[in-house]
Design a binder for this molecule. Structure first.
Ligand SMILES: Cc1ncc(COP(=O)(O)O)c(C=O)c1O
Length: 415
């Protein structure tokens, strides 16, 4: 991509855009929630649909001139239904967080109770953190992952639900490396008369490809981001049975949004179309195989993985056993200098502040998009382990940066 027209009118922004393109080409994107979408998705996202107001839904808009907006939204909806097998789909949420807000608004009243995973155990802000709207509007309590095993403590969750009597249980997580047992949580939700929202923001692509069990048809609601493992236009999505369609439609508009971001919905349609190609299943399987290879090699280097491994696109390393004096933040910063971009993350039973944290989270969706296989991911694990062992050693960071250059040269991006 070049930004010649931006450069003509705004060289400062063009410099930043060029810088970002180079950054993505020259570093390893290992933030588990990120991916590199196709140039077709980016082209759709920068289309003239950015100019269009299309409040309402296909065939029932509050503005004229919506025929192409209708086409694009209809395609996104139909493809999403085919990908995830949902009866009802809303592709208008501006993000995964907005999708969650839409579900809450659709069926909860202010003051209702939400039971969700603690943020430091892998939950998300929009599941009811006190600083998030959900934590301010609803009464929220948290369940946890077992600090010994790293797995969701399903029994404790059930006991907690019985005592707290929530109106909504939220499952689906930001930093959880294992398969989620949707049925088990659904049984708990049914036993206490709560709705169950499965937020598959991170694993939308794995679920679409059949690599991770799907909550669709099991839980009352499924939400997600559309730019993570599913690699489509940036935004959110809500799925449910037809029973909740009207409530969700009106929670999104007029409840919480105005005009949908039609250009992003075009990006969703294109990305969903790409994900319907059989090649996407191979991609999603490779994402998971790569994460397993990455995790195995990190463990060979003596690093502890939360839950002992991964079933998904990410690994969560707990530094406390192997490197008790090293924080996640130090490792994140040292790795970034060496060209590996991931994030410090809290771990179950965290003892440090979330800002410094005792763990690092590493994902493989971005690497897999640019063609990394298991061998390449093991090389990446070797690089990470060298920096974890010596985060303050400049010569180690330089050596690793040279290895990262070789890896990115072997797997070029956006040529
Ligand atoms: C579980 C979960 N839900 C929701 C979100 C929010 O998604 P978005 O950034 O699209 O609002 C995230 C973001 O990573 C997430 O991990």
């Amino acid at each position: 991509m070049d930004y010649d027209r931006v450069r003509e009118v705004d060289p400062s922004v063009a410099d930043a855009l060029d810088g970002e393109l180079d950054r993505q080409r020259e570093t390893l994107m290992m933030i588990a929630s990120e991916n590199h979408v196709s140039e077709a998705v980016m082209e759709a996202q920068s289309s003239e649909l950015t100019n269009k107001y299309a409040e309402g839904y296909p065939g029932e808009r509050y503005y004229g001139g919506c025929e192409y907006a209708d086409d694009v939204e209809g395609l996104a909806i139909d493809r999403a239904k085919e990908l995830w097998g949902a009866e009802y789909v809303n592709v208008q949420p501006h993000s995964g967080s907005q999708a969650n807000m839409g579900v809450y608004l659709a069926v909860l009243d202010p003051g209702d109770k939400i039971l969700s995973l603690d943020l430091t155990h892998g939950g998300h802000l929009s599941h009811g953190h006190p600083k998030n709207f959900a934590g301010q509007v609803y009464e929220v309590e948290n369940y946890e992952a077992d600090p010994e095993t790293g797995y969701i403590d399903y029994e404790a969750l059930a006991d907690h639900a019985e005592a707290f009597e929530p109106d909504m249980i939220v499952s689906g997580y930001s930093a959880y490396p294992r398969e989620v047992e949707w049925e088990r949580i659904q049984d708990t939700a049914e036993s206490v008369g709560a709705y169950h929202l499965a937020d598959i923001a991170h694993i939308t692509g794995l679920v679409a490809a059949g690599i991770h069990p799907s909550p669709v048809g099991i839980t009352d609601f499924v939400t997600g981001s559309t730019h993570k493992t599913i690699r489509s236009g940036r935004g959110g999505i809500i799925m449910s049975s037809d029973e909740h369609a009207d409530a969700i439609d009106s929670a999104i508009i007029p409840g919480m949004q105005g005009g949908p971001l039609m250009h992003n919905i075009a990006g969703k349609a294109v990305g969903f179309g790409e994900a319907l190609d059989p090649e996407f299943e191979a991609y999603a399987q490779q994402v998971v195989d790569n994460a397993a290879a990455l995790g195995d090699r990190l463990a060979e280097h003596g690093l502890s993985l939360v839950s002992g491994g991964t079933d998904t696109h990410l690994v969560l390393v707990d530094l406390r056993d192997s490197h008790p004096d090293t924080t996640g933040k130090e490792v994140e910063e040292a790795l970034e200098e060496a060209g590996i971009v991931l994030n410090a993350n809290t771990v179950p039973g965290e003892t440090r502040s979330p800002f410094v944290a005792s763990g690092i989270r590493a994902g493989t969706p971005g690497l897999t998009t640019r063609g990394f296989d298991e061998d390449a991911c093991q090389e990446v694990a070797d690089c990470i382990a060298r920096v974890v062992d010596a985060p303050d050693d400049e010569s180690v960071r330089e050596e690793v940066a040279a290895d990262v250059d070789a890896l990115t040269d072997r797997h070029p991006l956006y040529e």
